[in-house]
Design a protein around this ligand. Structure first.
Ligand code: NAD
Length: 402
């Protein structure tokens, strides 16, 4: 679900007709085909997409998703989420996203890098003029961002770069840091529990899942379940995340088979009796088929769009609140903004300072969401949408778009 339709939000606020028109279509959609000759009579083809949803606040910002499931519809949806994420975090970026339809498990590193270079050539102007600023997303990482930088030689053209070449210390952990902060706030202000009394389950042990787990574990939160695309693990006394990092050092090595836990399936992970469930892998995993079986007290969305509209309706009726993705996982884009700003100014920021900025922005947004939620008597998602829409509409007025 991620975003609530403008039509539904009209019951809470006045939305000018022109703003509705601007927010219900994409400013730009680019679709292209990448072809790469590997050797005689062996050519790889894959489709690429770039979407700018709305850029009233600034240049289009959003990650590159590399996956065989990517398509233009998904890219449009993810670009829209970015518009609201940036607006809620009060960052001067618009909503963008890109995708490369490719199964990275079926190509070697050399081929993958060549495909990234082709991607850059396809949208060179967009990148050079800073109209679209990519970052890592599902299936892409700092090395890919370094390749993009290498093609353009302009540090502000891409964020999520390795630290030595102008990347930001703490960018790797940033999204997980923000998701963990959302969990701490949920524990303290919604569940009224101490960290040591909170039990969580996390789907996904890639960039977002593993760093969320790391920060939660460090502060004494008990992580009883973790899963990835190959399977999951459960330990009712809590999983030692530092040891799990050794067992699964990166997203290509499964958590399954961890000796200090029993193996479970992804379906079982969703039914665990926990305080907080954190889907931090892919979209649509909580839906009308499993929402009745969820035993968590609150859902904190780590991934983009993990809870479907029908799923959320069932959860709402069961009294299980959902903290929306465009609030919980905004740590990454907050850090990206610092990296981009530094690339333009030459400044450097220490890791602890980055974490402090993320914590502060997440806490401020949480307080604003709670305040509006009380005022409009809506859900967390409706309140977050209200704030983001207010920002966007005001910015449209300031730019004389309305
Ligand atoms: P990643 O590729 O690093 O990790 C993805 C994880 O999900 C892996 O552990 C993988 O095994 C697991 N997974 C994939 N398919 C699965 C399936 N079918 N069932 C169970 N697990 C599955 O990706 P990431 O960067 O951690 O991104 C995860 C989610 O968070 C995505 O929705 C992404 O859009 C969102 N997100 C990422 C960032 C970021 O900074 N990386 C920022 C905001 C939002």
């Amino acid at each position: 679900m991620a975003i609530i339709s403008i039509e539904r939000m009209k019951k809470f606020m006045d939305i000018p007709k022109a703003a509705e028109l601007l927010l219900t279509r994409n400013e730009k959609e680019i679709k292209f085909s990448i072809s790469l000759k590997l050797k005689k009579e062996e050519i790889i083809f894959c489709e690429g997409y770039v979407v700018y949803h709305n850029v009233v606040l600034g240049p289009a910002k959003g990650g590159i998703r590399i996956s065989p499931e990517v398509d233009i519809e998904e890219t449009k949806k993810l670009a829209t989420i970015m518009t609201y994420k940036n607006a809620l975090a009060k960052i001067p970026f618009g909503g963008g996203k890109s995708g490369i339809k490719l199964d990275t498990e079926r190509v070697d590193d050399f081929t993958r890098i060549s495909i990234i270079k082709e991607f850059v050539h396809m949208i060179k102007e967009e990148l050079e003029f800073n109209h679209y600023i990519p970052a890592p997303d599902l299936g892409s990482g700092p090395v890919d961002m370094a390749v993009i930088y290498g093609e353009l030689h302009r540090p502000e053209c891409v964020t999520g770069k390795p630290v030595r070449i102008g990347g930001l210390p703490g960018r790797r952990e940033a999204t997980g840091r923000g998701v963990a902060k959302s969990v701490f706030l949920t524990g303290e202000r919604i569940l009224k529990k101490k960290n040591s009394e909170i039990k969580v389950a996390i789907q996904g042990f890639g960039n977002v899942g593993r760093w969320t787990a790391y920060f939660l574990h460090k502060k004494g939160v008990k992580i009883v379940g973790v899963s990835d695309k190959w399977g999951g693990i459960y330990n009712e006394n809590g999983i030692d995340i530092e040891k799990l990092f050794l067992h699964s050092p990166d997203r290509n090595k499964t958590v399954a088979g961890f000796p200090e836990a029993e193996d479970i399936t992804n379906e079982e992970l969703f039914t665990l009796d926990v305080d907080i469930l954190i889907p931090a892998a892919i979209g649509g995993v909580v839906n009308e088929r499993n929402a009745e079986e969820i035993n968590a007290k609150v859902i904190v969305e780590g991934a983009n769009d993990p809870v479907s509209e029908k799923g959320e309706k069932i959860l709402y009726e069961r009294g299980i609140p959902v903290l929306p993705d465009f609030f919980c996982n905004s740590g990454g884009v907050i850090a990206s903004y610092i990296e981009w700003r530094n690339a333009k100014s030459g400044n450097q920021t220490e890791k602890e300072e980055v974490f402090e900025i993320i914590d502060k922005k997440i806490e401020k947004a949480f307080e604003e969401i709670e305040e509006i939620k009380g005022r409009i008597k809506g859900t967390y998602r409706e309140a977050a949408m209200y704030i983001a829409l207010t920002e966007l509409i005001e910015a449209m007025r300031e730019r004389a778009w309305l």
